[in-house]
Design a protein around this ligand. Structure first.
Ligand SMILES: Cc1cc2nc3c(=O)[nH]c(=O)nc-3n(C[C@H](O)[C@H](O)[C@H](O)COP(=O)(O)O)c2cc1C
Ligand SMILES: CC(C)CC(=O)C(=O)O
Length: 347
């Protein structure tokens, strides 16, 4: 039984088709950003307090009206059926058991309606790549709403798909026979449209989405403080700091290093989420101390899924939960809400 998320990756690597492992693990260009995300957490030190009599820590969080029993969400990742036959259904069941939030990828290999049906207790948010055909975008949004998704996470770091050399080397450019992006079905029909990543997507599309749905909008892929300020002007409900796990523009800084400037720009107006390189409870604690309301994990969930399906995802989420509680206890804190920047030192 793997005892850490890094051990889960090793098991997943053994079990996965090498091309699929490389799709999940890889990043853009020289993977500078992939490495930077994890390395940045190791450069931050924690400075605990003692004798605080804090008791067992409380780590639940309420975000945009959704309750999460731990401040760790499941980031949207595509193609879960490459990792396990049950795919996103297995992930959602583990998420329901953990009491956290799953952001279902638009590129899921199980339809969002079927994910919701498979895990009635799961809180689902839906991730969207705005499609230039706004009528088609609206049809997808309506499906997510009808399936009970409680927020719309709009990914804005992908005006083009990142160039990932591992995918090129492996010739990974399509899903295997019998697997497809079920949320891209055309108007309830049988054909599936390709995902379009368009450089024409702009703030006007965010405004159109704002008018289109009452769901809270989360902007995923913000790295520049000026964009965080613009996001507020355009009425978003949360800012999600992400460099797409280093899979889009290579050499973007580590997200945890970008976080303080974004938090300063947002000034508490809306929650700030962050993902990228989180592999330990101490990483979660550092991100929350630097002002994130919650974090999300991408690859760790895929490693759990590939290693042992629903049980593997449950174990990965359980590990993170236990590690967060343990780290808070050792920091002398009664609640994750008591975390503050003074706990973190750059070393
Ligand atoms: C295999 C894989 C697929 C992904 N698919 C999506 C996606 O469909 N939509 C999206 O917004 N982000 C996607 N992402 C990015 C994740 O949401 C997240 O930003 C990233 O994985 C966080 O970094 P971590 O993997 O180090 O936790 C994907 C990431 C991976 C690794
Ligand atoms: C199908 C892809 C567009 C999913 C994605 O965002 C990724 O692989 O990083």
């Amino acid at each position: 039984m793997p005892a850490t998320i890094r051990e889960f990756e090793a098991v997943a690597r053994d079990r996965l088709d090498p091309a699929h492992y490389d799709y999940f693990a890889g990043g853009a260009g020289d993977e500078v950003t992939v490495r930077a995300n994890e390395a940045a957490f190791a450069r931050l030190a924690l400075l605990p307090r003692v004798l605080r009599g804090a008791g067992s820590p409380e780590i639940g969080v309420t975000l945009l009206g959704s309750r999460a029993e731990m401040p760790v969400l499941v980031a949207p990742t595509a193609f879960h059926r490459l990792a396990d036959p049950e795919g996103e259904k297995a992930t959602a069941r583990a998420v329901a058991a953990a009491g956290t939030i799953m952001i279902v990828s638009m590129a899921a290999t199980v339809a969002v309606e079927d994910v919701a049906a498979a895990a009635p207790g799961a809180t689902l948010w839906f991730q969207l790549y705005v499609q230039p055909d706004m009528a088609f975008t609206e049809a997808i949004v309506r499906r997510a709403e009808a399936a009970g998704c409680a927020a719309l996470v709009v990914t804005v770091d992908s005006p083009a798909r990142g160039r990932r050399d591992r995918e090129v080397r492996r010739g990974f450019d399509d899903l295997p026979e019998g697997m497809r992006c079920e949320n891209l079905r055309d108007d309830g029909g049988e054909s599936v449209r390709p995902i379009v990543m368009s450089p024409a997507i702009s703030w006007e599309h965010v405004d159109a989405l704002r008018r289109m749905t009452r769901l809270p909008l989360v902007l995923k892929g913000v790295t520049h403080p000026a964009d965080a300020r613009l996001a507020l002007e355009h009425g978003v409900s949360a800012v999600y700091v992400s460099n797409h796990g280093g899979r889009q523009l290579d050499t973007v800084p580590a997200t945890v290093d970008l976080l303080p400037d974004i938090v300063a720009a947002v000034r508490g107006a809306v929650p700030v989420l962050v993902d990228g390189g989180i592999r330990r409870g101490t990483d979660v604690v550092k991100a929350l101390a630097l002002g994130a309301s919650a974090v999300a994990v991408g690859r760790p969930v895929v490693w759990g899924l590939a290693a042992d399906g629903e049980c593997g995802v449950a174990r990965v989420l359980g590990l993170l939960r236990d590690e967060v509680e343990h780290a808070l206890t050792l920091c002398g804190l009664a609640s994750s809400h008591d975390l503050e920047p003074g706990l973190v030192r750059r070393c």
